[in-house]
Ligand binder design. Structure first.
Ligand code: SF4
Length: 292
């Protein structure tokens, strides 16, 4: 295992004694991503079978202190700007070309858009970024797509997209039944699709899809066909799909029956997607066997 790969694998959402902000080396961006965890309480309105969040142990804290979040992010921005972060494991093993700050991502132990303070948090992070002149650094929202049309969320998205924003929105299924099986959410699948369409009509949207082996099986042909039809419909009805990011399980999860798809299976799904929707950029991220 190379040192760089070790750095990729060391994807823990913790930094020293911080409660909200953490740095990672991101496979997607080939650089450093600063995570902003608005859900230290681990609250999510999904219960994905592949979720890595350990919800059996109690959260370190349940509240969101935006002043502390500001301070933590400020420290990490300074540390990346000075290069001091690359003296600290695992960042000391990053290749020289990956020693750059790519983005600040709202991600973490739950769904960021469930937080009442979401628009204020986005505004504060955008201000911190602007004050440092970091116009090349993206602001990313990683979301399960369940609340994209809530007025306060749209307000936060307006700010995000005015500050080099990107929306990475989850769509893990083509059918209601598979969505219920994998995402185990009470949010109706139709609402997810409706939210995606409304959002993608307004802003370019990246679709994030995780396919996996669940109870010994990957998604079958009918599921993949239904999934392709969802993407086609989003485009046909005016949604701007920037790209699809196709993932599988990357790290151990609390559910032993949630396993990564192997590379040939991921390649077959990617080939199917490319043949069905050739105009849609596709990024494929393989599972841990690729790092062995
Ligand atoms: S949406 Fe994300 S945080 Fe929520 S259960 Fe699914 S993987 Fe976990």
């Amino acid at each position: 295992m190379t040192e760089l790969i070790k750095a990729h694998l060391d994807h823990k959402r913790v930094w020293r004694d911080f409660d909200y902000c953490y740095p990672v080396i991101s496979r997607r961006s080939h650089g450093v991503s600063l995570g902003v965890n608005l859900n230290p309480d681990k609250v999510c309105n999904f219960d994905c079978v592949y979720c890595e969040v350990d919800r059996l142990s109690p959260p370190k804290r349940k509240d969101l202190d935006l002043d502390q979040l500001d301070r933590e992010l400020g420290v990490l921005l300074d540390l990346t700007a000075s290069g001091g972060i690359y003296d600290v494991p695992p960042f000391d093993s990053a290749r020289p070309e990956h020693r750059r700050l790519n983005d600040i991502a709202f991600s973490g132990d739950g769904e960021p858009t469930t937080v009442r303070e979401f628009p204020e948090a986005v505004a504060r992070v955008a201000r911190l970024k602007a004050h440092r002149g970091l116009d090349q650094v993206k602001l990313v929202l990683i979301t399960d797509s369940s609340r994209l049309q809530a007025p306060e969320v749209v307000k936060g998205l307006d700010t995000l997209m005015a500050n080099q924003g990107e929306i990475w929105a989850k769509l893990d299924a083509g059918t209601e039944a598979y969505y219920r099986e994998i995402c185990r959410s009470k949010v109706p699948f139709e609402r997810i699709l409706d939210n995606l369409l409304a959002t993608a009509r307004r802003w370019p949207t990246v679709i994030q899809t995780l396919f996996l082996e669940w109870k010994g099986q990957g998604p079958d042909d009918a599921e993949l066909e239904a999934y392709c039809q969802r993407l086609e419909r989003l485009q046909r009805e005016g949604g701007q799909l920037q790209a699809v990011q196709l993932y599988t399980v990357a790290r151990p999860t609390p559910e032993p029956e949630a396993r990564p798809l192997r590379r040939p299976d991921m390649d077959a799904i990617a080939a199917h997607l490319r043949s069905r929707i050739p105009c849609l950029p596709l990024e494929v991220y393989y599972g841990p066997e690729e790092w062995a």
